[in-house]
Write a protein that binds this ligand. Structure first.
Ligand SMILES: Cc1cc2nc3c(=O)[nH]c(=O)nc-3n(C[C@H](O)[C@H](O)[C@H](O)COP(=O)(O)O)c2cc1C
Length: 210
């Protein structure tokens, strides 16, 4: 026997109600109500390569619901933006097998301008690095490691993805600029940073230790 049209409508409405309940629960697991997370992606870039990687890092972080991302050149970062962020991802071109002077000056400003010590204001924030360099083996890992070292000095929690020390791209030679694989590495780094930052943020209310 066929159900009456009004019964069908009722059943349909019940179905929709339970499906939407389920969706609300999934959403609640991803993004607890009222919580938000801020990721700061900062970079130095003269010819645009590192900036392009930065935009992919930003997109990766934004793929995690509830995450807002601020994208800035290093010189435009303020104390408010730095200390107000849960995670900071720093990108640099390789200059003479190391981070560029402008990126190093940015880290120095943490103290001279922002006064990060003695309170260790960056402690337990998430940090990560990315780099672009002209040649295959000419300082990208050193550049990322020195960025991570500055973060570790500030007692940050450093993470990587896209590569052992972060995401990187070789910008000169056979395929100039940033290729798809390198863009994907930068995206993966941004995503991981947001994921771990959420884990740390949610774990902040740990029970007091005896
Ligand atoms: C002063 C200077 C030094 C550089 N030193 C290196 C180096 O040691 N190793 C390397 O692989 N590339 C080196 N490069 C190339 C840049 O790292 C590369 O072109 C980078 O992608 C530029 O980034 P940008 O487009 O974001 O400015 C150097 C470039 C400049 C201007």
């Amino acid at each position: 026997m066929m159900a009456k049209p009004s019964t069908c409508v009722l059943l349909g409405l019940f179905g929709l109600f339970f499906v939407s309940l389920g969706c609300a629960q999934v959403e609640a697991q991803v993004q607890p109500q009222g919580e938000s997370l801020q990721v700061l992606v900062v970079y130095h870039s003269l010819s645009g390569n590192t900036e392009e990687m930065a935009k992919s890092v930003m997109a990766g972080a934004q793929s995690i619901p509830g995450t807002s991302v601020i994208l800035h050149r290093v010189r435009d970062v303020t104390a408010e933006k730095l200390f107000g962020s849960d995670a900071v991802v720093v990108g640099s071109p390789v200059y003479w097998s190391n981070m560029s002077g402008e990126v190093k000056a940015f880290f120095d400003r943490w103290q001279f301008e922002f006064g990060v010590f003695p309170e260790l204001k960056m402690r337990n924030k998430i940090g990560a690095a990315f780099a672009t360099g002209g040649q295959v083996s000419s300082g990208k890992e050193m550049t990322m490691l020195t960025i991570l070292a500055a973060m570790l000095g500030n007692r940050m929690i450093v993470v990587s993805d896209g590569g052992a020390f972060g995401a990187s791209a070789t910008t000169e030679g056979d395929s100039p600029g940033i290729n798809d694989a390198e863009r994907a590495d930068a995206w993966a780094l941004g995503k991981r940073v947001a994921e771990v930052a959420w884990m740390v943020k949610r774990g902040q209310a740990l029970p007091a230790q005896p």
